[in-house]
Design a protein around this ligand. Structure first.
Ligand SMILES: *Cc1c(COP(=O)(O)O)cnc(C)c1O
Length: 458
């Protein structure tokens, strides 16, 4: 059915008027891979001054995670060797760099590294940061309120019957495309909460199966992520003993993610990587609703200031953050409003409407956004598997296109020139944030690789 533009009003303007005012909307609507450079980025000090959140909030979250370390190492023995700290490895990927250079016939400036949140303990994705943090904070709040916990206590006590009994009177709800549900479900069930995960149609069957095997209630929806969130929120509203993890609005999740930056700073130091004005850092973050990548980018800006440059990476069919930021309407618009279907194999990024606060909060901090096709993600997946023996899920590869764009996109080149970065970029570092994959069943991973390889040979 061909729709008449007059039928397609978004906030009082038709598509044509939107495209005229924001030419990038035309590129987004045509599902082209594209780059959007943020015209409203500010010097860090100015941006930080007007921001409602700051370093103190990140440090508060970090201290909370440290308090819980003694609990986590007991409840999840896999975290024993990191002392109960949930953290992922950082790895240089020269093989990937080389193959990208050969295939695209470019030179990727600087060194190329990957941050393997795909291999975070407990739930195998970036959601093991924010998701787990929000459950821990909720549990802490409840325990303090009931007088079961006092300041200074060893948090091992969370792994005991009185705590589990208390939490069993409470329930946790969350809407998810898969990985957030996995994180929240695993953590909540372990602490003794009743937990319901509202899964969108994108969620993989194995994630639902795994959750059910842990005693989590999984509700399935035929529709997309926003509806799953809405339904979950509605159920939770009626119940004062239910905490709803609101992925579209949660500052707690956001701050949980942001702690990654403090950890990365240490990892860089140990790896001998310098980050300063002469050694800039470029970071590419796969983006769904925006909480994960937004939180990480926020932390990185607090830690590295003007020396770090952050980009959100999204599928062409679900580039809600780019649409929201480019139009300045943030969560007031969705990709569906503009006739885009929000269908992507990158299930972790299948989100049509961005977070209600991330686009706005991150506006003065971000360098930009880019979008890439599903085929591209599969190809990158196969290359990463082949060259680096790193097995990631499709969503986690969205960041891997960034270094190519930095080398060859005219808009990126212009950004480097404008910020006086072109003479420093080759002494800098590029970091791909790999956001998930280590828990994908072997058969499914083989299929991903096969598909990517077929697209490469094409
Ligand atoms: C959730 C997720 C993201 C993006 O996080 P948002 O907070 O939704 O933006 C990226 N990659 C993977 C694998 C994810 O599961």
């Amino acid at each position: 059915m061909k729709m008449n533009n007059a039928d397609c009003m978004v906030m009082g303007k038709n598509w044509e008027e939107w495209e005229k005012e924001f030419p990038i909307v035309k590129e987004i609507r045509s599902l082209k891979e594209t780059v959007w450079i943020n015209p409203d980025k500010l010097p860090f000090d100015e941006a930080a001054e007007d921001c409602q959140l700051g370093m103190e909030d990140i440090l508060d979250a970090s201290r909370r995670l440290e308090r819980f370390a003694s609990y986590l190492r007991r409840a999840f023995p896999e975290t024993e060797k990191s002392g109960g700290i949930i953290e992922s490895p950082l790895k240089e990927i020269s093989g990937m760099k080389q193959v990208l250079e050969e295939r695209e016939n470019i030179r990727i400036p600087g060194r190329l590294w990957v941050k393997l949140d795909s291999h975070l303990p407990i739930s195998g994705s970036i959601k093991a940061r924010g998701g787990i943090y929000e459950i821990l904070k909720t549990a802490e709040d409840i325990a303090l309120r009931h007088g079961l916990l006092k300041e200074g206590d060893d948090y091992q006590v969370f792994d005991s019957e009185p705590f589990r009994k208390l939490f069993s009177q409470y329930s946790i709800g969350v809407g998810s495309t898969g990985n957030l549900g996995l994180s929240i479900g695993i953590m909540s069930a372990k602490m003794g909460f009743q937990v319901t995960v509202h899964m969108s149609a994108d969620a993989r069957q194995w994630k639902k199966d795994m959750l059910r095997s842990k005693g989590v209630t999984v509700k399935e929806y035929a529709s997309d992520y926003s509806i799953a969130v809405q339904e979950g929120r509605k159920m939770a509203e009626k119940d004062p003993y239910c905490h709803f993890v609101d992925d579209e609005n949660s500052r707690t999740l956001f701050l949980g993610y942001s702690v990654a930056a403090l950890r990365l700073k240490e990892q860089f130091k140990q790896a001998g990587i310098q980050v300063d004005q002469e050694h800039p850092l470029f970071v590419y973050l796969p983006c769904g609703v925006g909480g994960g990548p937004g939180g990480v980018a926020f932390g990185l800006k607090q830690v590295f200031g003007d020396s770090v440059h952050c980009f959100f990476a999204e599928p062409t069919h679900s580039c809600c953050m780019m649409l929201g930021m480019a139009t300045g309407e943030n969560s007031r618009v969705s990709v569906q409003d503009f006739g885009i279907d929000n269908r992507t194999a990158a299930d972790g990024l299948a989100v049509g409407r961005p977070s209600g606060f991330v686009g706005e909060l991150m506006r003065p901090f971000m360098d930009g956004c880019y979008s890439l096709s599903d085929e591209r993600m599969y190809q990158l997946l196969a290359l990463m598997a082949d060259r680096e023996k790193l097995y990631l899920e499709p969503s986690a590869l969205a960041g891997a296109w960034g270094p190519v764009l930095l080398a060859e996109s005219p808009r990126m080149q212009e950004l480097l020139m404008k910020q006086g970065l072109e003479k420093h970029v080759s002494s800098g570092t590029q970091l791909i944030w790999a956001t998930g994959g280590s828990m994908v069943p072997e058969q499914e991973m083989k299929e991903y690789c096969r598909k990517g390889k077929a697209l490469l040979d094409h």
